[in-house]
Design a protein around this ligand. Structure first.
Ligand code: ZN
Length: 139
């Protein structure tokens, strides 16, 4: 079978499977730490185990891979051309889970901020991180 999953997608998929931190996640944390924000990571006590939680601001940040979380209209979210039904179902399940955990977190009084992996490409990441910082502290 032809391998149509790009290297980037593959590492995104693998990190999801193994639960390991992804590079984008680490980048976001480092930036916010340098700006003086303190956080907890991979908080298992909260619905959906948010990647980064800012207790002081009651804010949960998810760093979402575009493929795995089906980023709408994003070129990085295109499904592989083989096994399309498998991937469609997989991504649809993920979207449902994302929605459910968002609702549960909101019920607990949390605000949810999403950073998409495509927003962390080198040419735009500073703007993205800057905006995220302001979003967090201006609650
Ligand atoms: Zn995207």
């Amino acid at each position: 079978m032809a391998d149509t999953v790009s290297k980037e997608k593959r590492s995104e998929i693998m990190s999801h499977v193994t639960g390991k931190e992804t590079k984008p996640e680490i980048m976001v944390r480092k930036y916010l730490f340098a700006r003086g924000l303190r956080y907890r990571k991979n908080v298992k006590q909260l619905p959906g185990t948010p990647d980064i939680v800012f207790p002081k601001y009651k804010t949960a940040v998810f760093v979402n891979g575009c493929f795995w979380h089906g980023h709408k209209g994003c070129k990085y979210s295109h499904l592989p051309s083989t096994n399309i039904e498998y991937w469609e179902k997989k991504i649809a399940d993920n979207l449902e889970r994302d929605e459910r955990k968002t609702r549960e977190l909101e019920k607990l009084g949390y605000r949810i901020l999403i950073v998409w992996q495509c927003q962390l490409k080198p040419n735009i990441k500073i703007e993205t991180l800057e905006a995220l910082y302001h979003n967090i502290v201006n609650r």
